[in-house]
Design a protein around this ligand. Structure first.
Ligand SMILES: *[C@@H]1O[C@H](CO)[C@@H](O)[C@H](O)[C@H]1NC(C)=O
Ligand SMILES: *[C@@H]1O[C@H](CO)[C@@H](O)[C@H](O)[C@H]1NC(C)=O
Ligand SMILES: *[C@@H]1O[C@H](CO)[C@@H](O)[C@H](O)[C@H]1NC(C)=O
Ligand SMILES: *[C@@H]1O[C@H](CO)[C@@H](O)[C@H](O)[C@H]1NC(C)=O
Ligand SMILES: *[C@@H]1O[C@H](CO)[C@@H](O)[C@H](O)[C@H]1NC(C)=O
Ligand SMILES: *[C@@H]1O[C@H](CO)[C@@H](O)[C@H](O)[C@H]1NC(C)=O
Ligand SMILES: *[C@@H]1O[C@H](CO)[C@@H](O)[C@H](O)[C@H]1NC(C)=O
Length: 232
């Protein structure tokens, strides 16, 4: 209850800090660092501090990612989802570095987190607050372009190009480009499939009228990684 009260009285402080939230991009399966630094210049006394790493989502039933109470971790409050998956940098705690290492990240870890540092003196006071947004990403494989394949079935001289790529996250944007005039072309088919490892594979087909000189490019874009992979 005491914690709730201090949350309210510091709401002005929160709105200022929110603007400074950090974005972290991690690849699936990696260990990632959620940074939280309460810098006071000197060494901190951990015995009167409580540090909470929480999922920043009021809908979430279990929100405690990690709890450090008087310099010791309190596993009884930790949500099952994060059990055995968190580490602090123990040698840096006294310097106010409460960054959390989250092991083997998966899609379900892609959320907003907050780090709250509370000080118990006569009363409990929030002395630090930070937010971190974790995004998950994985690079797509170099796309493979095949074609042109003549469509014997069609009345017009139509050809098909196919493009595939896999093991990426999140879903990609797929572009077909006419390299002669650099215009985008519409695909006739786009299939994005979720694979068992949580990444996506993508398959796209382009059908166009056959011309003598066809220079076609397929481009797979991962918006989060700002990666654009092309094949032609
Ligand atoms: C952990 O937290 C629970 C609930 O707040 C508390 O009852 C328990 O004493 C704490 N354990 C330690 C080691 O601080
Ligand atoms: C965490 O690790 C301990 C010890 O290795 C193990 O007993 C426990 O089952 C693990 N918990 C989870 C949720 O993986
Ligand atoms: C990592 O997490 C995935 C589930 O997200 C699990 O299948 C895999 O066994 C974990 N790997 C390790 C090394 O714990
Ligand atoms: C070929 O033409 C037939 C009859 O018009 C049609 O049913 C079929 O779907 C066509 N096949 C392809 C690959 O376009
Ligand atoms: C590609 O661009 C060239 C030059 O504008 C044009 O002649 C050709 O028809 C275009 N191809 C397709 C498939 O749009
Ligand atoms: C491609 O699709 C968009 C939206 O569906 C449409 O506005 C545009 O005219 C199409 N372009 C071509 C070359 O078919
Ligand atoms: C990625 O490629 C597409 C198609 O060429 C292009 O429209 C887009 O601007 C490119 N984006 C970046 C970040 O290079």
């Amino acid at each position: 209850l005491r914690r709730k009260i201090s949350l309210c009285s510091f709401s002005l402080f929160i709105s200022v800090v929110t603007a400074l939230e950090k974005m972290i991009i991690s690849k699936l399966g990696d260990n990632t660092k959620l940074s939280c630094i309460y810098s006071q210049g000197g060494k901190l006394h951990l015995d009167n501090l409580r540090v909470y790493w929480q999922v920043d989502d009021p809908q979430e039933k279990c929100s405690v990612v990690y709890a450090l109470i008087s310099g010791q971790d309190n596993e009884s409050e930790q949500c099952i989802h994060f059990k055995n998956r968190t580490q602090l940098l123990w040698d840096r705690l006294e310097n106010g570095d409460f960054s959390l290492i989250l092991l083997n990240v998966s899609q379900s870890d892609a959320r907003r987190y907050k780090c709250i540092v509370l000080q118990n003196t006569e009363y409990t006071k929030r002395v630090h607050h930070e937010e971190v947004v974790l995004s998950l990403a994985a690079s797509y494989s170099q796309p493979i372009l095949s074609g042109p394949i003549r469509n014997t079935n069609s009345s017009e001289e139509e050809v098909t190009f196919r493009c595939r790529s896999s093991n990426g996250y999140p879903k990609p944007n797929v572009y077909w480009i006419n390299k002669t005039d650099n215009r985008h072309l519409n695909s006739s088919e786009l299939k994005i499939t979720l694979q068992t490892d949580g990444t996506y594979s993508v398959f796209s087909t382009l059908k166009i009228k056959a011309t003598s000189n066809m220079q076609i490019e397929c481009s797979i874009k991962n918006e989060i990684l700002q990666e654009n992979l092309s094949a032609n």
